[in-house]
Design a protein around this ligand. Structure first.
Ligand code: CAA
Length: 240
């Protein structure tokens, strides 16, 4: 039986590539999205992947949304916590709202989604959780105290939950992408981005499907002994 996977933020950018990679690997994929209805419709029309709209930062919406997916599609075996936003700015100009919104969605979204799905995975004795962190959660980034804190939190969250899932066949891992050619990175001012690219040894931005291939591996049957790990995929920009 095909594994059922849900990818948050799964209709655009890295999430779209992850949805497609999991489908290609034989999973039944469901994509969650928050706002861009038009893009979600086009995505479903093109790929046949069902898209469900809710805000991952909303706890009750995650509980209800995952229950609806379980009812309509089947029990969720794989969760990829990919949804994320940026509200960049230096601390002295950052509002509390910009801090809170990034924490609520990027980090809170991971809690909300696993709270809705992890207990059943544990009962069934198989599950995969992959959380999308960031190089900027590992190394920090000027102008991103909110995003770096949330992404760094995701790495700690991953290691803690991995310990809870291990004996029940539920693995929990993170991927820390570097700068990938998505809309999110395109929003970085070009002169700033040029300086960042100059520091990437591979000499270019990453591609969404390169990240997706890492996620697909971590979600596969072959990755049963990999848990609590962070796979850095950043073109050599940050090594440690
Ligand atoms: N280190 C040190 N100083 C820096 C700096 C850096 N990395 N970046 C900027 N500065 C300095 C500038 O030199 C400038 O100094 P002076 O005033 O002395 O000239 C000062 O900070 C202000 O710079 P800006 O004019 O850029 O200031 P701003 O307020 O207009 O913008 C910013 C600040 C919003 C942080 C902007 O620089 C920016 O967008 N930076 C990019 C942040 C970034 O990399 N975001 C990643 C988004 S993609 C993502 O997050 C995905 C992922 O996971 C990788």
């Amino acid at each position: 039986m095909a594994r059922i996977a849900i990818v948050t933020g799964g209709t655009r950018g890295i999430g779209e590539a992850i949805s497609l990679a999991l489908k290609a690997q034989g999973c039944t994929v469901v994509a969650n999205y928050a706002g861009n209805e038009e893009k979600a419709k086009a995505f479903t029309a093109e790929t046949g992947i069902r898209a469900y709209r809710w805000d991952v930062g909303d706890h009750q919406a995650c509980i209800a949304g995952c229950a609806q997916v379980a009812e309509e599609v089947g029990p969720i075996d794989i969760v990829v916590n990919n949804a994320g936003i940026t509200r960049d700015g230096v601390l002295h100009r950052m509002s509390f709202e910009d801090w809170n919104e990034v924490m609520r969605i990027n980090l809170g979204g991971c809690f909300n989604m696993v709270k809705a799905t992890f207990p059943a995975m544990r009962e069934r004795g198989w599950g995969r959780v992959v959380n999308i962190g960031s190089i900027n959660g590992q190394a920090g980034q000027y102008g991103q105290v909110n995003y770096a804190a949330a992404k760094s939190g995701i790495h700690g969250f991953t290691k803690a939950l991995a310990q809870e899932g291990a004996k029940y066949g539920v693995t929990v891992n993170a991927i820390a992408p570097g700068y990938i050619d998505t809309d999110m990175v395109a929003a970085v001012p070009q002169p700033v981005l040029d300086k960042i690219i100059a520091k990437i040894p591979v000499g270019r931005l990453g591609h969404a499907d390169e990240i997706a291939r890492g996620v697909a591996f971590l979600c596969s049957e072959n990755a049963g002994f990999v848990t609590g790990s962070t796979l850095s995929m950043n073109g050599g920009q940050h090594m440690y």
